[in-house]
Design a protein around this ligand. Structure first.
Ligand SMILES: [Zn+2]
Length: 435
């Protein structure tokens, strides 16, 4: 644009538009534009249309040099001169702006990227742009849905992870509502989120998936939830089921916690207080034995001696350690020996909680041992769960599961965002710098 005309149009960067006026409003730049098409034909009969009237439409566009931009598009209304033509009048349209939209398409796409890729709160993006919450959320749905539905987003999956996350906390109207996350354990992406954590919810999702895709799944890692185990049937019966080690160890920890609370209540007749011997060692009890130093061991033994008169908690601690031992073995045969030892030890115990732990271990024996054969665990989903939580936190409590699912998948679902070329780097101006 060396002739001096069209400089503002270069700045604007919207093809097919001309800038009529730029004024500085309060807290924003107001840019008045019109389309460059001064001639058009009637869409019905093809006769050259007559200019009928103009009406200004206000839009939000991307910020310009740090200032929010209000675009005022003086839209043309055309009229067909043929008296009998049914077209009568119509308004022009542009590929840059959707009918009825408040945001230009490029601003909508950027809003979607901010909320999706960067997991920013919708309200923050809305305030920054100067539009309402719904405008941004609608843009996220409109631009984000095709990215999430892209059939190339999830490729072939060999190791599937299934994990539950809480979606809505319990309140007066409903109990805690859960969601089930399906994860590609090797690519480390969230494949999908399903509302609910019941067997039927998972089964329904599997029933809707491509059978050829399901056939490619060799390993499924889940926590120790009966609902997941039965929900994977019949569609994933061919896959090796693995009980996730973290969750297996956690049932051991839970057993320790349960026995500690009960013994506490029975001996002192109140819930744990700061100075109570068992309450003081609650964290030591859950640490791995090999991680306790001498001082820690002494403290734990002292606490048990004072607070656990019938050695019930000591028994639970030993049972928990026997569960952890399963994972110290790399060799599948050794692991088999160790789990059978743990199960037998629990079965002989007089304490209900410990016997119950033994039942659970026996019921999941095959799946627990499958970890040693496949090496699969839901470990990779832990990082993804953090992503999910980040989305959840910034949503301040979702009401719509669909929106929640969309935002989780945009953030952690392996989306291929439309690429923008990176600008060349401008080097530092410091004259004597080494950079
Ligand atoms: Zn016409």
């Amino acid at each position: 644009m060396s002739d001096g005309t069209g400089l503002v149009e270069v700045l604007l960067g919207l093809e097919g538009f001309r800038v009529l006026e730029v004024i500085e409003g309060s807290g924003e730049l107001v840019v008045t534009i019109e389309s460059t098409s001064a001639v058009t034909g009637c869409g019905v009969c093809g006769t050259r249309a007559l200019a009928h009237e103009r009406m200004p439409v206000e839009l939000r566009d991307l910020a310009c040099f740090g200032r929010p931009v209000r675009l005022v598009w003086v839209k043309r209304r055309w009229r067909c001169p043929e008296r009998d033509c049914p077209a009568r009048t119509w308004t022009e349209h542009s590929d840059h702006v959707d009918a009825q939209a408040v945001l230009t398409r490029r601003a909508g796409a950027e809003a979607c990227r901010q909320v999706g890729e960067n997991a920013r709160p919708v309200s923050g993006v809305a305030a920054e742009l100067g539009v309402c919450w719904w405008t941004v959320m609608n843009a996220v749905v409109e631009h984000g849905t095709p990215l999430v539905d892209d059939p190339d987003r999830v490729g072939r999956v060999h190791h599937l992870g299934v994990d539950e996350t809480s979606f809505l906390k319990a309140n007066r109207e409903h109990p805690t509502i859960y969601a089930t996350g399906l994860v590609d354990l090797q690519q480390r992406i969230v494949i999908d989120m399903v509302e609910g954590n019941a067997a039927a919810d998972l089964r329904k999702w599997c029933a809707g998936a491509d059978p050829a895709w399901l056939a490619g799944i060799g390993v499924v890692a889940t926590d120790l939830a009966e609902s997941f185990r039965s929900g994977l049937s019949p569609h994933l019966d061919h896959a090796t089921r693995v009980a996730d080690p973290f969750h297996v160890v956690r049932i051991g920890n839970r057993c320790v916690d349960k026995v500690r609370r009960r013994v506490q209540q029975e001996t002192l007749h109140h819930r744990g207080r700061k100075a109570d011997p068992l309450y003081r060692i609650r964290k030591l009890l859950l640490s791995g034995a090999e991680r306790l130093d001498e001082h820690g061991q002494d403290r734990m033994l002292l606490g048990l001696r004072v607070g656990d008169p019938h050695d019930e908690l000591l028994g639970a601690w030993l049972a928990k350690e026997s569960v952890r031992d399963i994972y110290l073995a790399d060799d599948p045969d050794q692991a088999e020996l160790l789990i059978d030892k743990a199960i037998a030890g629990c079965a002989d115990d007089e304490v209900d909680e410990i016997r119950s732990l033994g039942h659970t271990l026996a019921s999941w024996r095959t799946e627990i041992l499958a970890h040693h054969d496949t090496g699969a665990s839901n470990g990779p989903t832990e990082g993804l769960n953090l992503c999910v939580k980040k989305v959840k936190r910034c949503g301040h409590g979702f009401r719509s599961f669909e929106n929640y699912r969309l935002r989780v998948l945009l953030h952690a679902g392996g989306i291929t965002w439309p690429t923008r070329p990176l600008p060349p780097r401008i080097r530092t101006h410091a004259p004597y710098s080494d950079a």
